[in-house]
Design a protein around this ligand. Structure first.
Ligand SMILES: CC(C)(COP(=O)(O)OP(=O)(O)OC[C@H]1O[C@@H](n2cnc3c(N)ncnc32)[C@H](O)[C@@H]1OP(=O)(O)O)[C@@H](O)C(=O)NCCC(=O)NCCS
Length: 173
């Protein structure tokens, strides 16, 4: 598994390193804010396969209240998540962020990167005064969100061309 070195970087252990590189140098994954354009490659390959990067730009990506986070290994983006300041009818507070475009490169899954990215987003949202995070989450990822402390709604709804989703949320303490 990944061990934390501080809030913004994680180290791959030896077996994980050997899966991904041939020498024994320690690899560190940096978790930090990135620009919207840096999310596009993973959005295109993981979340919208077959769609060009130009079609993976979301309305609001460049708003000052939108934040993007990346997991970077040797300057390559191997994980992403974005948060948008957006209310939801199920949340009475206006201090909400919506999570969008959460993805980890398939080569680096189940190493803890997704959780670290969410934690970075949650920390940032808290600093910004947010009380809640919410998302329309793919059902295939619902157990991931549950493990990361999110409450899951039972109702499944379909999003065209993407598939079944549920609503999830977390109260930021
Ligand atoms: C969902 C996703 C972002 C998870 O990323 P990840 O980097 O593998 O996540 P982590 O390693 O931090 O996982 C945290 C925990 O959730 C578990 N987990 C991760 N993905 C899971 C899944 N799809 N189903 C069930 N559990 C999962 C991990 O095993 C880990 O469990 P542990 O705490 O018991 O060790 C990644 O699988 C992905 O990109 N999926 C395709 C795109 C997608 O569906 N994105 C979500 C859109 S709503």
């Amino acid at each position: 598994m990944i061990s934390s070195t501080d809030n913004t970087s994680v180290s791959l252990n030896e077996s994980e390193q050997n899966n991904h590189k041939e020498n024994n140098q320690k690899e560190t994954v940096e978790i930090r804010r990135i620009e919207a354009y840096e999310t596009l490659s993973l959005r295109s390959t993981v979340l919208r396969p077959g769609q060009p990067e130009s079609e993976c730009v979301f309305p609001g990506d460049d708003e000052p209240t939108t934040f993007h986070f990346g997991a970077l290994l040797n300057n390559n983006v191997i994980g992403i998540v974005s948060i948008f300041s957006q209310e939801h009818e199920k949340i009475s507070s206006t201090r909400c962020f919506r999570i969008r475009a959460m993805a980890t490169d398939p080569e680096y899954r189940h190493l803890g990167l997704g959780r670290k990215l969410l934690q970075a987003a949650e920390h940032h949202a808290r600093q910004f005064g947010a009380e809640y995070l919410w998302a329309n989450a793919r059902t295939v990822a619902q157990d991931f969100y549950k493990k990361c402390g999110y409450d899951l709604d039972n109702t499944i709804f379909n999003i065209e061309d993407i598939g079944p989703h549920i609503w999830i949320n977390k109260t930021l303490s």
